[in-house]
Design a protein around this ligand. Structure first.
Ligand SMILES: *Cc1c(COP(=O)(O)O)cnc(C)c1O
Length: 222
């Protein structure tokens, strides 16, 4: 095993997750660390895989397609998470490559995903992204439209949605955004919460995050 800055950082992030779980009275096994490897080359990612990390996040289908197939071939148990916006015309490639998609946010995408899931006989774990800050430039369903959208996913498109994802506004305290996302998930019977990035993952764990998406705290600045 090669020690790199990223593998040292990985250890530190794991320790902080364990401590946050302890503080929250939660089982660390219920929190998945998704190591966000976007913009980093396979050579930078591989030592982190060798150090035992298995869940990785990418925000672009094309980048993931170029980087991951040889690594998936070489190492058992890699799970790829798409955390960035997905265009409907890339749904086919996304369903083929990713184990989870965190950015479901509109009917046209649901339709494309439902078609590909049926065609490929393979269903990634799906999260609906909630735009908790109602930011115009940000993807995601508005909080007040979440229940209706989740019913549409289920009843009209036959999709199984397992959880919710949010990205709090950069200039606001994240706690209320995590709390709102958790509340919407709870009333809709959704078990998974994709919340928390490098700057706020320990806080997200206190609010119930089951998936923390941590990039720069592991791989360094982009
Ligand atoms: C890049 C990205 C992350 C990771 O951000 P860091 O601050 O580097 O941890 C998490 N979630 C999404 C959706 C991202 O695009």
């Amino acid at each position: 095993m090669t020690v790199t800055p990223a593998t040292t950082n990985l250890e530190a992030v794991r320790d902080r997750i364990a401590r946050a779980c302890k503080d929250a009275g939660r089982d660390p096994a219920d929190v998945t660390l998704v190591a966000v490897s976007k913009t980093f080359a396979a050579e930078a990612v591989e030592p982190v895989i060798v150090a035992g990390q298995r869940a990785f996040g990418e925000n672009r289908v094309q980048e993931a397609k170029a980087k991951w197939p040889p690594l998936i071939e070489k190492y058992d148990g890699i799970a790829l998470h798409l955390i960035g916006p997905l265009q409907s015309n890339k749904a086919k490639e996304a369903v083929a490559l990713f184990d989870a998609i965190h950015s479901v946010d509109r009917a046209s995408l649901c339709e494309a995903l439902a078609k590909e899931i049926a065609a490929q006989g393979k269903a990634p774990t799906l999260f609906v992204q909630i735009n908790t800050g109602a930011e115009p430039q940000k993807a995601g369903v508005l909080p007040q439209e979440a229940d209706t959208f989740l019913a549409l996913c289920r009843d009209h498109y036959g999709l199984t949605i397992s959880g919710l994802m949010c990205i709090p506004p950069v200039d606001e305290a994240p706690g209320p955004h995590f709390a709102l996302t958790a509340k919407i998930a709870k009333r809709n019977g959704l078990a998974l919460l994709s919340m928390g990035m490098s700057g706020d993952f320990t806080e997200a764990i206190l609010f119930g995050a089951t998936h923390v998406r941590v990039g720069s705290a592991i791989f360094g600045g982009r």
